[in-house]
Design a protein around this ligand. Structure first.
Ligand SMILES: [Zn+2]
Ligand SMILES: [Zn+2]
Length: 310
């Protein structure tokens, strides 16, 4: 059973960014200047929050959201940097969820980080991820000269240890050529070292974000093998789902078309974003963007925390 995290797995189904064509209508105007899905070293990105903000600005973005996995610990630094750069900062997070053993990622924007239910869920996910990472390292250590210390050496302070850090440690030890190879070889579930971790079901994840005053957007919903069944999509809409991230390099054209129809029929928000991870992934800031109109809808709907406005 693969509960792969999109945020830490190898890339599948890569699509070339295609601004300025009919895709503009799919995920926002081609001239969008908002990148609402970016990771820092507070989860599995390689740069500090302030560096991520600067990278967004260099790419021509005027608005960015820091969406580290299951943590808001990078918000303060990102907000400070956004003020310095005269950018809009939208507080965000990518919440881990799971549907029948498959990983589903739910982006939350402008929610209250102190909301008790949401905090409990993120703490449980983080605790379970560390326990799971330690179990995987123990499993690998049975066949390789490989320890938890190797992994900690690849993890910045404050970051939740995850599979990307284990992958980086395998690379550092010479057991894999690069992070992607580590995922496709030693960390692949078929090798038997893999351990899954706790995550709420997608409807619970959406409900928690909404209860905390936030806007819930399913991340890369049309990635290969990631399409949720229509019944689950309808359940999410009933739970208060805000929208779909239709501009994302992992989405397939076919899945994106289907979800665009659903978004239109249900009057949902559609976003586009890079899922930037610094040097940890090839995704570049601003390679997909969110239109001003869709950004305005998110800013109007999110009431749990305040954006930083220029
Ligand atoms: Zn993701
Ligand atoms: Zn992500």
């Amino acid at each position: 059973m693969d509960t792969q995290q999109a945020g830490d797995g190898p890339q599948h189904g890569q699509l070339e960014p295609s601004h300025g064509t009919s895709d503009g209508a799919r995920f926002g105007a081609p001239s969008g200047t908002a990148d609402l899905h970016m990771h820092s070293s507070h989860s599995d990105g390689t740069e500090a929050p302030a560096e991520v903000v600067a990278a967004a600005q260099r790419a021509g973005m005027r608005t960015m959201s820091l969406t580290d996995h299951d943590t808001t610990s990078g918000w303060a630094e990102a907000a400070h940097a956004a003020r310095r750069h005269g950018m809009t900062f939208v507080p965000g997070m990518e919440l881990s969820a799971s549907h029948e053993g498959r990983s589903v990622h739910v982006l939350g924007y402008l929610f209250d980080p102190e909301h008790a239910g949401l905090r409990r869920a993120t703490e449980r996910i983080r605790d379970s991820r560390v326990g799971r990472a330690e179990a995987m390292v123990r499993n690998i250590g049975r066949d390789y000269d490989f320890t938890w210390e190797d992994v900690l050496a690849q993890t910045s302070d404050g970051a939740t240890v995850g599979r990307p850090h284990i992958a980086d440690a395998l690379v550092a030890r010479g057991y894999a050529h690069d992070r992607s190879a580590a995922f496709e070889e030693i960390l692949h579930p078929r090798r038997g070292y893999f351990v899954s971790h706790y995550a709420p079901d997608p409807a619970t994840a959406v409900s928690l974000i909404v209860a905390a005053g936030g806007v819930a957007v399913i991340a890369h919903p049309a990635g290969r093998g990631r399409m949720l069944p229509p019944s689950v999509l309808q359940e999410l809409i009933r739970s208060g789902l805000g929208g779909f991230e239709l501009g994302h390099r992992e989405n397939t054209d076919e899945g994106t078309r289907a979800l665009r129809r659903l978004a239109h029929d249900a009057d949902l928000i559609v976003t586009g974003s890079s899922d930037y991870h610094g040097s940890g992934k090839p995704n570049r800031p601003g390679e997909y963007t969110t239109s001003d109109a869709m950004l305005a809808r998110i800013l109007a709907a999110g009431t749990g925390s305040a954006p930083v406005l220029p």
